[in-house]
Write a protein that binds this ligand. Structure first.
Ligand code: ZN
Ligand code: ZN
Length: 559
């Protein structure tokens, strides 16, 4: 460390996204270790897993850059997926920096900001596709990449120390269905110019070959729709505008009307129309029109491909949608991959649909009915051939993806491959990448209407409660140390009776009673001592009868 000091360097500090798929936040820092300017690339969220019960959304802990906010020159958004831009609206006041992105991305962000009190305060800068500009000391050059949402960009960051390419999410799809394919020409030119470091997506690195093209999905869906007899309902990610548009064309070719079902389907198609991505000639109908259409003339596009219980598809499967129904002979196509963790919700819906006599299609022998937006090994290798980087930093993956990406890049002959995690500060340039520092990172939970720190005890307690329940005991003592009334017990999540038929409530009352009586009278004047003795005794008695230790709390009042 002593050797470094006053030399300029370029560092990468991920506050999220490395060691997980989600919550991408990458900070690029340029300057000396004492004086750096920061460019934030993406500011995403992630979704709670089953270890975070009741949490609505997981946001990144930004305390490092909040303290450095005066040196934050901008927030550049690569695309409008939640894991890349979902935290901008909520967290912006903590940062206060201008926000940059392409037209569609900014339109999506504007809509989110509209729900916040600071909607008019955020400086939004639209960058044309493939545009180049200076943000503070960073010379930023966008490269259009194919992905599963329009206008996704990689970012070439040129500095006096060298050039870094941050790929964001990407794949090589020669026929992405909407917008330009990955800009191979520009990537090759960058390679000729010289790229020092590539910071790249690891999501599909465990798969060989190349990711299927959106065009092949479109062909499959068109054939399936053409052959269908009854109603066709398709669920997909609403943000996958190319998919939606291809489905619209397939519906038209089969003489069917396209009905949009679910708020985010309408929202995204409206936005796509406003930003010129959705041709005016491609018409859509609303939920209200659905009931008037003969089964053979309808294709419904529904939200809820991940089994979300409040989304349109779940409501249809529960027969609770006010306008949209399905019945025997109809077909539901799942044109989306199940995100790990969502499988059980999706399967529940598929079973409900099967019970209704509806055919459920998740794969098709004739071709792909969905595809990923991320590159497989063949594409990652291709990118490295175009760019010929000196160093590679795998990001956007869980540990298993990052490890596989490291091995893959080494096998491809990349000289330096870095392993890092959230909170590591990696010096990218000059020289070979090296971890030089650490910064605090973590998760913040949106819990109902408030934000709480991810390490707060409440969520751990909630998880515990769901397994063992809770017991609350109220004890009333006189000042002289006598029991003023029988202990009161309230339980939640504890069974009524033990295997011998005794009530747990009685067991708890008896244990509380016994605990108090076993304390010498003089010492019963301490409410703390009484409380702790009762807690231990009740917990032990219930454990003895049940085999589980509930969360136990005791309130002692003195009258
Ligand atoms: Zn994405
Ligand atoms: Zn992503």
């Amino acid at each position: 460390m002593a050797a470094r000091g006053n030399e300029n360097e370029l560092v990468l500090l991920p506050l999220g996204g490395v060691g997980e798929i989600g919550m991408n936040v990458y900070l690029y820092g340029l300057g000396t270790p004492r004086r750096r300017k920061w460019l934030m690339v993406d500011l995403g969220v992630t979704f709670p897993d089953d270890r975070e019960p009741g949490v609505d959304l997981v946001l990144p802990d930004l305390r490092f850059i909040e303290e450095e906010r005066n040196n934050l020159v901008g927030i550049l958004i690569t695309h409008a997926h939640e894991d890349h831009f979902g935290a901008v609206a909520e967290m912006w006041p903590r940062l206060g920096a201008p926000v940059y992105g392409t037209k569609f991305t900014m339109a999506m962000l504007k809509e989110k900001l509209h729900e916040t009190p600071w909607r008019n305060d955020v400086p939004l800068h639209e960058i044309p596709l493939g545009g180049r500009l200076n943000i503070g000391p960073f010379d930023v050059d966008l490269v259009t990449m194919a992905h599963s949402i329009p206008e996704t960009s990689a970012v070439a960051i040129r500095t006096e120390l060298g050039t870094v390419l941050h790929t964001a999410d990407w794949k090589i799809d020669l026929h992405p269905g909407l917008g330009a394919p990955t800009d191979e020409k520009k990537l090759r030119l960058l390679g000729d110019e010289g790229v020092d470091v590539v910071v790249s997506d690891s999501t599909n690195i465990l798969s060989d070959g190349v990711t299927a093209s959106e065009k092949d999905v479109a062909l499959s869906l068109a054939q399936i729709i053409k052959r269908a007899r009854g109603r066709v309902a398709i669920t997909s990610f609403a943000s996958s505008v190319a998919r939606l548009l291809n489905i619209a064309h397939a519906a038209e070719a089969a003489d069917r009307h396209l009905v949009l079902v679910g708020r985010s389907m309408h929202r995204i198609v409206d936005l796509a129309r406003e930003t010129g991505l959705w041709p005016e000639s491609v018409k859509t109908l609303n939920e209200e029109d659905y009931g008037h259409l003969p089964p053979e003339n309808v294709v419904a596009l529904l939200t809820g491909s991940q089994g979300e219980p409040r989304a349109a598809l779940a409501r249809v499967a529960e027969n609770q949608h006010p306008q949209v129904t399905l019945s025997r002979g109809d077909l539901v196509i799942f044109s989306a991959r199940a995100i790990p963790g969502n499988e059980s919700g999706i399967i529940r819906i598929q079973n409900k649909l099967a019970d209704m006599g509806v055919e459920v299609m998740t794969e098709w022998a004739g071709g792909p009915i969905h595809t990923s937006g991320h590159p497989r090994r063949g594409e990652v290798g291709q990118l490295y051939d175009w760019l010929r980087p000196k160093a590679v930093v795998p990001v956007h993956g869980e540990s298993r993806h990052l490890e596989a990406h490291v091995t893959f890049a080494r096998e491809r002959g990349i000289a330096a491959v870095s392993q890092m995690r959230n909170g590591n500060m990696l010096r990218l340039l000059p020289g070979e990448p090296e971890i030089v520092d650490d910064a605090p990172v973590g998760r913040i939970y949106r819990d109902g209407g408030i934000l709480i720190p991810g390490d707060e005890d409440s969520i751990r307690q909630r998880r515990k409660l769901s397994f063992v329940g809770s017991v609350v005991v109220a004890v009333t003592m006189t000042a002289a140390g006598e029991m003023a009334a029988e202990p009161q017990v309230s339980m939640s999540g504890v069974p009524k009776l033990d295997s011998g038929g005794d009530s747990f409530e009685e067991i708890a009352i008896k244990a509380a009673f016994g605990a108090i009586q076993s304390i010498p009278r003089a010492r019963r004047k301490s409410p703390e001592l009484v409380g702790e003795a009762v807690r231990k005794s009740v917990r032990a008695a219930i454990n003895n009868a049940w085999g589980k230790k509930p969360i136990c709390s005791v309130m002692v009042s003195v009258v």
